[in-house]
Design a binder for this molecule. Structure first.
Ligand code: AMP
Length: 210
């Protein structure tokens, strides 16, 4: 009997860009992921299921083995605390940059600055590496508002085209890292379902190369 392969994904960009890679590997969801309210989607392969969850929860599902594999943004992985994950393939999808941004012309040279972000660990490590004192203020969304409303001197956020920053009078100041989505694999599954998972990784690598 073959064991089920459960793949954790998040709605939006990652799901949209991952479906063609899965299709290349012969996996196609039966329900329409855009309209279905189901959180577990059946696929054309009886023993392959897709879990559709919050992006920040993907590493947790995979680390605990509730999903054997998943697709997560490097931004989310950089914030994740666990150690039970392999990150074998850069899928080169949902690409963007994580950056420091501030109001046009704003100086960030003060002794201590306030930084609003959802990416607390990344921001803390960035300013520590620079040797700049930073008070990190955790937000859950709409980071661009924080400098305008006087909550913070700058933000750390994802930037793609830069139009969201521009529309809010902000400009990128420092590049922290390039971001793309990664295939993540549960460490125990890699041993226990070694042949199956290695074959899946190989198919996904081929899909990325194609
Ligand atoms: P943009 O206006 O094109 O620079 O896009 C910036 C907005 O889209 C920000 O609110 C980001 O949080 C979000 N964003 C950009 N790229 C990504 C990505 N790869 N994954 C998730 N969110 C993203």
């Amino acid at each position: 009997m073959t064991q089920t392969l459960t793949i954790a994904l998040s709605k939006g960009r990652i799901l949209k860009d991952t479906l063609p890679l899965l299709e290349y590997a012969g996996i196609v969801p039966i329900d329409d992921p855009d309209t279905s309210r189901k959180l577990i989607l059946d696929t054309n392969q009886n023993d392959v299921k897709l879990l559709v969850i919050r992006a920040a929860d993907v590493p947790t599902y995979v680390e605990y083995g509730a999903a054997q594999v998943g697709v997560a943004g490097k931004d989310v992985l950089m914030e994740h605390e666990g150690t039970g994950l392999y990150e074998p393939v850069d899928l080169k999808i949902a690409t963007c940059r994580i950056m420091v941004a501030a109001q046009e012309g704003k100086s960030l040279s003060a002794q201590r600055i306030k930084v609003a972000t959802k990416y607390v660990k990344t921001a803390r490590s960035h300013f520590a590496t620079k040797g700049q004192q930073a008070e990190i203020i955790k937000l859950y969304g709409s980071m661009e508002l924080a400098p305008i409303a006087g909550l913070a001197d700058c933000i750390v956020d994802l930037v793609d085209t830069g139009s969201t920053l521009k529309a809010n009078g902000l400009a990128p100041v420092e590049h922290i890292a390039d971001i793309s989505s990664r295939l993540v694999v549960n460490k125990a599954s890699m041993k226990l379902q070694s042949a199956r998972i290695k074959e899946f990784i190989r198919q996904i690598e081929n899909a990325v190369a194609a």
